[in-house]
Design a protein around this ligand. Sequence first.
Ligand code: AMP
Length: 394
Amino acid sequence: MIKIMAVNAGSSSLKFQLLEMPEEKLITSGIVERIGLKHSVFTIKLNGEKKEETLDIPNHGVAVNILLNKLIELKIIASYDEISGVGHRVVHGGSEISKSIVLNEKEIEYLESIVDLAPLHLGPNLIGIKAFKVILPNVKHVGVFDTAFHHTMPEESFLYAVPWDWYEKFQVRKYGFHGTSHKYVSDRCAEIMRKKPEEINVIVCHIGNGASICAVKQGRSVDTSMGFTPLDGIPMGTRSGSIDPAVVEFMMNKKNKKVKEITNLLNKQSGYIGLSGLSSDSRDLVEASKNGNHRAQLAIDVQAKRIADYIASYYVYMGGADAIIFTAGIGENAKSTRSNIIERVSILGAKIDEERNDCRGVERLISTDDSKLKVYLIPTNEEVMIARDTLSLL
Ligand code: AMP
């Protein structure tokens, strides 16, 4: 029996899942939160039961130690040796990494050299990788990259029309994110449709707090809405998505703010929260809009319109599509948002079946039988993808 740990390290958190492979069976999962702050919280789920403990966890190294010792204490593993490999979710692989790889010295050095492409996420990812490597030095550590799936985008999709040296010298281009999720659900969709990924074109709507749309042509990403950073594309919980770049200088002057402060507002005070003035959480907006809150409805509609724009554009770009897929927190749970979006692309032949659509978090066809363009809800599972790639590299 092979046990693989799938890890997602953030600046103050560390999410983990232990999976039995190749069965893809979840053994346990959990999260360490508030690492480096007072009263860190360690949560572990086992057999449907959640255990929570408040501890002082000063850094990621201590978090990893506590986590592994907890697995032994709860008799989930008898010793560290039972873990055959660790798969790390890594936000960015720059322009060089196009698939999952074993993380040795050289690979880690490369990742360190591109930290400024995603300082808020890649830095913490590296801290997590190093902490695990110190404590589990004899197993393979595999990096699974959010950007890797999008490496198949053609130049016409990933290049920005900016001075050439921005791309050549500074690697300014579209990278795209959520690749692991886009790949998982598009492969799964092919399975459900009893086709090979190469036989279908799909448009994936990964709509969570962060959100991106992806054109998957014959199993390969050919375009996606996030760009150089995850700020681009459609409006999200707190991010603006694409705006006219000239707004940045204009608002700097109006508000007497620095570039960094404006970027921060675009990342943290825009999207749902910016438009609604109410919340970044889709549940609050759905509820408020039901009660007649105009700005909550506007926030939902602005996002839905932009998603429909992407769907239409990708449909044309791929020369047609077989299915639209909804996934992630909002895509999996918010039925009204799904119908709002599909109504806007009815011209493409997509028709929602409201009875089928009345569901949450299940794998299901939600379009009518006569819908030319099928619509699926497919819950994402990035951890399984991480474990699969790790297993294949062991
Ligand atoms: P994620 O980033 O994928 O975890 O997604 C988080 C988003 O999913 C938040 O905006 C949540 O409000 C949203 N979400 C979760 N459950 C529901 C629900 N039942 N209805 C609407 N949105 C939901």
